[in-house]
Design a binder for this molecule. Structure first.
Ligand SMILES: Nc1nc2c(c(=O)[nH]1)N[C@H]1C(S)=C(S)[C@@H](COP(=O)(O)OP(=O)(O)OC[C@H]3O[C@@H](n4cnc5c(=O)[nH]c(N)nc54)[C@H](O)[C@@H]3O)O[C@H]1N2
Ligand SMILES: Nc1nc2c(c(=O)[nH]1)N[C@H]1C(S)=C(S)[C@@H](COP(=O)(O)OP(=O)(O)OC[C@H]3O[C@@H](n4cnc5c(=O)[nH]c(N)nc54)[C@H](O)[C@@H]3O)O[C@H]1N2
Ligand SMILES: [Mo]
Length: 787
């Protein structure tokens, strides 16, 4: 190991109990005693892991904990599965964060679900257990089957499990009666094999977690820039003059980003945070990997905090664009990047005309900001030569998410902030390989170019009709049109909106199948029959006939690299995702002609992942010579037209400035706008613990954050318990009962509660225009005193 300060981030406790907790009696988390203290003004990683992960660390034992944590994000180790934040190309010491350590601890536990578990616990009982309790039962190690009409899973042989699926798929009237979901942890190899199997089977029904995540980004950037991915590389952060972080909570969800921001600041960059909440990581960062960070004041991150109202970003961005155009009008030829606009862009005149009409009163109402705040942001933008804008769920999960992100593109294009060093548009992805999965063809709407390449490589004609995305899959299940549901990872039932509707819809299917590492809600709310297929996690060594395998992943800035598990699998009975997909495909497609999707060497795929990568080289553009380039130290970076050469593969070959109509969110009197977000102790639907320490919440998740003036106006006090009803045009009463109100510095009219519990409140039909993403960040709610 190098001499660099390595990892004070994770202090493993020395007093770990040697015997494991008695799992069946594991007390569930309750929130009878929620504790609320002041939110933190700074973020760092020192104390957190130990506390929130004590039960899981106790399961793991010190030896395995150390080995696993040390391998995290090392050059020869595995890729951290906690987020898609990139690794610096020339890092001095390996870097990982508190929440990465939690994710690894959670997965690498040696505790396994015992065979007796299935006989002991009927599904009807498991349906009352929390996500935390389910996850703490340990790793899944044998396939289990719940036949139709029964209330228990029971162990089943792997081959029988594949037969059950093949039979169910064989009974469908059309391949389009099956849906194949993907969560973003699947490797490129697994994802490529999976989409190939699904298309060979005959459908494009490939919904994924991205439909609920950065889908709005993909559409907005695709339509305006020709590519739905970040236009920067890691090193650009250190070169920027100004970084605007919108709708994102890096201290919890991308903690290693704080190191990049700290470096940018050290190089003189200004940072602006646009967020309804004063998130700790956006205010001050104490880098646990430096002495100054551990002992000192840390780094002040945001130079300006723009406390926008929920859903106000589009108006804010239009107002800033207008100020840029006004500055140009006042001093013609000095503000806009005319050379860039003339050569590369379309739509400037239309934008100018549109924004000339901008209603500043409407902007102030939508944003809740004072005009000086907007002026200050505009001044910072005008002063900077190199600007990066990053964003995440606060922008994408909005009704106007696509249009809002198009406004980011407008603002950047006006001053040539795309395709030059230190500048660009940078969506920060969520799941660690969600971007790679898309590159590999996991999308219900892959373009003809990809499908043609697939056809040429495998000699069958893949279906061309678009498939179902996440929300449309629920609708189709609800309407009885989907008979078989298969999930490659994830926890769809808990992750998608409108919990009651999705649960009823999944129960209508004939068979639901989950390929998973650990138990979750999607295993206990099932089709008539159900299967769980346990799989290796990313931390574990993957041995196949040809030897140890590695897989590959793509991060937020299009860098692709290898990931190799380092700990012994918890059970020799586990199959890798690639092996499960290959064996399933062999069973389902057995006997087919090559022209009907037969004739693919699935056994070869399972034996040696190089074979899959060989196909990827020939099918996926940008992945030529994949096997060779993935073996380079640190991998390789995918080509990116806007970033590399200001090439825009839109239909016109130009980048598009766009005109987007503002729309006011009508908030009836006495109502609040609720966003659903992540606590510090969770990874999506996986709950590690009951605390949210940066926001000052302990021992509970059933809280609603609310502004102090709204408390008064609505006749409540901090600590009161309420029922939260959401209101939508369909008049259905969706309600969460018994939530504790927490006075919090959120803007007036804006509230917050934790996902996934709050998915009960998000109506299925409340979706972003143009991307069909659930509007999880703007739900109209009414509070009523709890009985
Ligand atoms: N530890 C950990 N890491 C994770 C995850 C996790 O659950 N835990 N999840 C992963 C995944 S899949 C994803 S997608 C990412 C998610 O990363 P984030 O997008 O940071 O996740 P959220 O918790 O949804 O936070 C949304 C942020 O947007 C703000 N926001 C809400 N509404 C608005 C708005 O109208 N305007 C603006 N400007 N801001 C708004 C919220 O206050 C909050 O700060 O993180 C990834 N990394
Ligand atoms: N209201 C609301 N809803 C949201 C969001 C929100 O902000 N608000 N965010 C949305 C977003 S951004 C996302 S990305 C989705 C997330 O939706 P999903 O990706 O479906 O959900 P996760 O909770 O990430 O899935 C966790 C499960 O994945 C399985 N798993 C873990 N590792 C592996 C592995 O290596 N292989 C396999 N096969 N399985 C594994 C485990 O069984 C675990 O229980 O939720 C969305 N839903
Ligand atoms: Mo996500």
């Amino acid at each position: 190991m190098s001499e660099e300060p390595t990892n004070p981030t994770v202090d493993l406790p020395t007093d770990l109990p040697t015997d494991l907790p008695d799992l069946p009696d594991l007390p569930d988390l309750t929130d009878a005693n929620i504790e609320v203290t002041h939110p933190k003004s700074w973020a760092a990683g020192v104390p957190g892991v130990v506390h929130s992960m004590k039960p899981a660390l106790a399961q793991m034992g010190p030896g395995r904990s150390f080995k696993t944590l040390l391998a995290l994000n090392q050059k020869d180790g595995f890729d951290c599965m906690s987020c898609a934040w990139p690794d610096p190309a020339h890092r001095k010491a390996f870097e990982f964060c508190e929440n990465g350590a939690k994710a690894v601890t959670w997965e690498a536990t040696p505790v396994t679900v015992p065979r007796s578990f299935w006989a002991q616990h009927p599904l009807s009982e498991l349906a009352d257990k929390s996500e935390y309790w389910l996850g703490m039962q340990g790793r899944l190690v044998e396939p289990v089957y719940k036949p139709a009409g029964e209330d228990h899973y029971r162990p089943i042989e792997w081959s029988e499990a594949f037969d059950v699926i093949a039979t169910a798929l064989g009974q469908l009237d059309s391949p389009n009666e099956a849906c194949f979901y993907t969560s973003g942890r699947a490797s490129n190899e697994a994802a490529f094999a999976y989409q190939l199997f699904v298309r060979a089977f005959g459908t494009n029904n490939l919904p994924d977690c991205s439909n609920m995540c950065h889908e709005s980004t993909g559409w907005a950037m695709g339509q305006t820039l020709g590519i739905g991915k970040s236009t920067i590389s890691y090193d650009d952060f250190a070169l920027a003059d100004l970084i605007i972080i919108m709708g994102q909570n890096p201290g919890t969800n991308h903690p290693r980003m704080l190191t990049a921001l700290e470096e940018a600041k050290a190089n003189g960059a200004e940072i602006v945070a646009v967020n309804p909440l004063p998130e700790a990581g956006l205010r001050r960062y104490k880098n646990p990997q430096t002495v100054r960070g551990v002992l000192g004041h840390g780094t002040d991150i945001a130079d300006q905090f723009v406390q926008v109202r929920i859903g106000g970003d589009m108006a804010l961005l239009q107002a800033v664009c207008k100020r840029v155009l006004d500055a140009e009008a006042a001093n013609p030829g000095t503000v806009l990047d005319h050379a860039f606009l003339d050569e590369h862009c379309l739509g400037l005149e239309e934008l100018r005309e549109h924004l000339a009409e901008l209603d500043e009163e409407a902007v102030l109402a939508a944003t809740g900001l004072r005009v000086q705040v907007i002026d200050e942001l505009a001044a910072r933008y005008l002063k900077a030569e190199k600007v990066i804008i990053t964003w995440a769920m606060g922008l994408t999960q909005q009704k106007k998410g696509v249009a809002t992100i198009k406004e980011i593109v407008n603002l950047l294009l006006l001053r040539g902030n795309i395709g030059k060093p230190g500048a660009g548009a940078s969506p920060i992805r969520g799941h660690s390989n969600v971007q790679g999965d898309r590159t590999m063809g996991i999308w219900e709407q892959m373009p003809p170019r990809f499908l043609d390449a697939l056809a040429a490589e495998f000699h069958f004609d893949p279906p061309r009709e678009h498939g179902l995305d996440a929300v449309d899959s629920v609708r189709a299940m609800r309407d009885g049109k989907i008979r078989v549901w298969l999930g490659l990872g994830g926890n769809f039932v808990a992750a998608v909106s409108d919990t009651a509707v999705v649960e009823a819809s999944v129960r209508r299917t004939a068979l639901s199948v989950q390929i998973s590492t650990k138990l979750n809600r999607s295993h206990v709310v099932t089709g008539e029959a159900a299967l769980i297929l346990p799989t290796l996690g990313r931390t574990e060594v993957d041995r196949q006939i040809s030897g140890e395998q590695f897989v590959s992943v793509e991060d937020s800035v299009c860098a692709v690299h290898a990931s190799r598990g380092t700990v012994e699998p918890v059970s020799s009975n586990l199959l890798s995702e690639v092996a499960i997909i290959s064996r399933l495909a062999r069973t389902v497609l057995a006997g087919r002609d090559p022209a009907a999707g037969g004739g693919i060497d699935w056994a070869g795929f399972e034996a040696d992942y190089d074979l899959i990568r060989g196909h990827i080289s020939r099918v996926v553009s940008g992945c030529e010579n994949y096997n060779e380039r993935i073996r380079h130290d640190g991998g390789f970076v995918l080509a990116n037209g806007p970033r590399d050469s200001r090439t825009f593969t839109t239909p016109t070959g130009k980048a598009h400035l766009t005109v987007n109509q503002l729309e006011h969110i009508e908030l009836p009197a006495g109502r609040l706008l609720l966003q659903t977000l992540r606590s510090h102790d969770q990874f999506n639907t996986t709950i590690y613990g009951n605390d949210d320490r940066y926001r000052g919440i302990k021992k509970g998740r059933h809280v609603v954050f609310i502004n102090k003036h709204d408390l008064v106006t609505l006749g409540f006090a901090d600590g009161d318990h309420v029922d939260v009803h959401s209101e939508f045009s369909d008049q259905v009463d969706r309600v969460l009962r018994g939530y504790r109100l927490v006075e919090y510095p959120t803007p007036r009219g804006c509230a917050a509660a934790y996902f996934p519990e709050a998915n009960v409140l998000v109506p299925l039909d409340s979706v972003a225009e143009g991307s069909n993403t659930p509007v999880s960040k703007a739900v109209i709610i009414r509070l009523e005193r709890a009985a």
